[in-house]
Design a protein around this ligand. Structure first.
Ligand code: ADP
Ligand code: ZN
Length: 739
């Protein structure tokens, strides 16, 4: 039982072995490569998955034994493998996953392997450290209180580095060194084993309600029984996390490792605290903010089985677990699981594939499941566990629409009188409020009042966004920055440049005028740097040092702020304008999640949506509180249009610096487009970002019926089309964004 896109997944746990004289394929983590053939040297023996050093040209490269050699090259021409690295082999499942992802996404195996071998340093054993222990035959020495504490400590403890001894004995490291110089302590070399506290599944969790307990039992029963996918579908606050923690506990109790994937890990402070409450310690984390040393230690500790639970962003999928027993994908609908550069893949989907290769359960979790997952449940491929009500019985907040066509604010203002009044009432009552606006900075567009000139990124088809707090204009696509110009770059008029539209900074300015007393914080990705700041922000909100949060999507999900009773969505239409086929689904998910932040404590919450489209399906479903009606309508519309999950899409993005060459390649692809098996090709059309980082971009979109595997067709198509060397064709199977 699986998503039909993921057929041909076979479970393999066994590694083949190769002896001296055998020819083997070794895959190197290089972006353009498949495996190369090598020879096993005299006296050596390797297995698939072994991490080895090999000669490559005149240098030394590290790769992975991938299987029997496939090439026809004469054995006398092959070079020998140098030897094995001192690290556990890549698990069989990860070797298979690499091949599988390569076939599915049409990126070379070497490019995929690069994600699994992302930490080259981890392939070397950690350097031995100097540790100190009591000398067997110590000389006479001058005793001090500090020295006595060190000796007392070491007489009951194993050898440790000086800094650790000093900390435990409450003295400076120089005391330890002094004792060593005097010959009282002996210095020895030890392998650092890292500090990986083990989560304890036996601790008590919260007392689950009857319905939560039934859901938890259902999940726990599946642990250890092979592959199955379960969707936990429950309203925000229904206890989904507590429920899947029970499955995590079961897998841990069975001696297995667990992977929990979360989007936007930097803001997982509350999640980590919950985990600590349940399991007594934090899990290992895997995300982009880790230091190099931490990354190295974590990778190795996962491979060696010292780390039992990892919580991580999408790249955690490629960690070398050897004893994986469960994968959880929380907020499974979240678009950030799709990696858009390098190898383009969907981490949620590939997590399901890894679970299948490992023959273990996968649990997908969401209050607003993706249409893909809902459809898989409806087709009987995924199991479903539902949690229909909030824990504690508090109702979901009332959602009301504010029709900006008639009830909007005066020109140049962004808060309607109704929303402003609701804010006033909320502050009056001593409660907290949140204004949601998914736009960083001060204003999304700056234009000249005199000539109409708009400030645009020189390298992208994008307006420059003013960030007034740092005094810069920024491109949100390529990072280009510049100082706001004093005069119009086009007509040279002075003081004619005006900001258009609001970002969170501008909203804060309006709040400052309306509610000078309100303690306001802006929560946006460029204002909150890293997990520490995020944790501090959460603490301030929890302890009611903040009255109003003005936030972008980083505050939309997962948070539980009991004091928050009002949520105002400043521009509910923002995501609906682009015309992508997922626009309604994405907007519904985002606004539903945002609305779910209100009234999570004991008082009811209120939600206001400012919109110019009060009759839109999304607004109607939100106000009626009828998610299923939305899903049904959206599902029917997609089916009628043969769009995913009822049809398949593969996008091609043709790009390059030479616009004529890009157009030539795009036209060539259009001419040679496949036209059989119900396959259709749309385009080429300029991409919405027709210029990105100085590269011109055109898009083609292939659509295929559900029963057709488009990968082979696309591979042949690209091979056939005349494409100039300087033009790149990026393949995006199951596209999520269409930028
Ligand atoms: P969800 O993941 O569905 O949003 P959570 O698991 O985060 O829900 O639960 C929301 C809040 O309710 C959390 O603070 C959680 O600790 C609390 N909670 C959920 N179930 C229980 C329970 N059975 N007993 C006590 N607190 C609970
Ligand atoms: Zn740019």
């Amino acid at each position: 039982m699986h998503d039909e896109r993921f057929t041909q997944v076979n479970v393999t746990k066994e590694h083949a072995r190769y002896m001296a004289g055998d020819r083997v394929a070794v895959l190197l983590p290089l972006p353009l490569a498949g495996p190369y053939d090598y020879l096993v040297g005299a006296g050596a023996e390797y297995a698939t998955g072994d991490i080895v050093d090999v000669p490559l040209g005149n240098r030394r490269a590290t790769g992975v034994v991938w299987g029997a050699a496939t090439g026809e090259v004469d054995a006398s021409k092959l070079r020998e493998i140098y030897g094995r690295r001192d690290v556990p082999p890549l698990p069989a499942s990860l070797v298979k996953l690499t091949d599988w992802i390569s076939r599915y996404t049409l990126y070379p195996q070497g490019a995929v392997l690069r994600m699994a071998l992302s930490v080259p340093d981890a392939l070397d054993p950690p350097k031995p450290e100097t540790a100190y222990t009591l000398a067997a035959d110590p000389p006479e020495f001058r005793s001090t209180k500090a020295r006595d504490r060190v000796i007392a400590f070491l007489s009951e403890n194993p050898p440790l580095p000086a800094a650790d001894i000093a900390r435990e004995a409450g003295c400076g490291a120089s005391v330890v060194k002094g004792l060593a110089d005097a010959g009282v302590l002996a210095a020895i070399k030890v392998q650092p084993d890292g500090d990986w506290p083990v989560p304890d599944p036996a601790r008590d969790g919260v007392v689950l309600s009857e319905i939560q307990a039934a859901a938890a039992n259902d999940l726990c029963d599946g642990v250890g029984k092979g592959f199955a996918v379960t969707l936990i579908d429950g309203v925000p606050g229904s206890g989904k996390t507590e429920v899947y923690f029970e499955a995590v506990a079961r897998a841990l109790a069975d001696g297995r490792q667990v992977l929990v994937m979360l989007p936007e890990i930097a803001l997982g402070a509350q999640w980590l605290a919950r985990f600590r409450d349940r399991f007594g310690t934090e899990p290992a984390m895997w995300h982009s903010e880790l230091t190099g040393a931490r990354r190295r230690d974590t990778w190795r500790a996962v491979a060696e089985g010292k780390v039992r639970v990892v919580v991580g962003a999408r790249s955690a999928l490629f960690l070398p677990f050897h004893e994986l027993g469960l994968i959880v994908v929380d907020e499974e609908h979240d678009g950030s699981f799709k990696q858009e550069d390098g190898v383009v893949y969907h981490a949620r989907d590939m997590a399901v594939v890894r679970a299948q290769l490992e023959d273990i359960p996968a649990v997908l979790v969401s209050a607003t499941p993706s249409l893909e997952s809902v459809t898989n449940v409806r087709r009987g491929r995924y199991r479903e566990v539902t949690l229909p009500s909030r824990h504690g019985g508090a109702d979901l907040a009332d959602v009301e629409v504010i029709d900006m066509r008639k009830d909007g604010p005066a020109r140049g203002h962004w808060l309607s009188p109704m929303l402003a009044e609701a804010l006033a009432e909320t502050f009056e009552a001593g409660d907290q409020a949140m204004l949601f606006l998914n736009r960083r900075g001060y204003a999304p567009l700056t234009l000249c009042r005199t000539c109409g000139h708009r400030l645009q990124c020189p390298r992208c088809t994008a307006w420059l966004v003013e960030h007034r707090l740092v005094g810069r204009l920024q491109c949100h696509h390529c990072g280009f920055q510049t100082k706001p110009p004093e005069q119009c770059p086009n007509c040279e008029d002075t003081e004619s440049m005006v900001p258009c539209g609001p970002g969170v900074e501008r909203l804060a300015e309006e709040i400052q005028l309306l509610f000078p007393e309100a303690r306001t914080v802006i929560a946006a990705s460029d204002m909150v740097h890293g997990p520490k700041q995020a944790a501090e922000l959460v603490r301030m909100i929890e302890e009611k040092e903040i009255d109003l949060i003005i936030g972008t999507q980083i505050v939309a999900k997962g948070y539980h702020f009991p004091g928050l009773t009002l949520v105002g969505v400043v521009d509910a239409d923002l995501g609906l304008s682009g015309g992508e086929f997922r626009a309604a689904e994405k907007t519904f998910q985002l606004l539903y999640q945002v609305a779910g932040r209100a009234g999570r404590g004991d008082r009811p919450g209120r939600v206001f949506l400012q919109t110019y489209m009060p009759d839109h399906n999304v607004m109607k479903a939100l106000t009626a509180g009828d998610r299923d009606a939305f899903i049904d309508a959206e599902s029917a519309a997609r089916e009628a249009a043969h769009m995913p999950p009822f049809g398949r899409l593969v996008a091609l993005i043709v790009s390059g610096r030479d616009e004529a060459a890009v157009d030539g390649a795009a036209a060539g692809l259009a001419r040679t487009a496949p036209r059989n098996d119900g396959i259709r090709v749309l385009g080429p059309a300029p991409a919405p970002l027709a210029l990105l980082r100085g590269r011109h971009r055109r898009r083609l979109l292939l659509s295929a019926p559900r029963a057709v595997n488009p990968q082979g067709v696309v591979r042949d198509w690209i091979a056939r089309a005349p494409i100039a060397k300087k033009v790149r064709v990026q393949v995006d199977v199951d596209p999520v964004s269409f930028f």
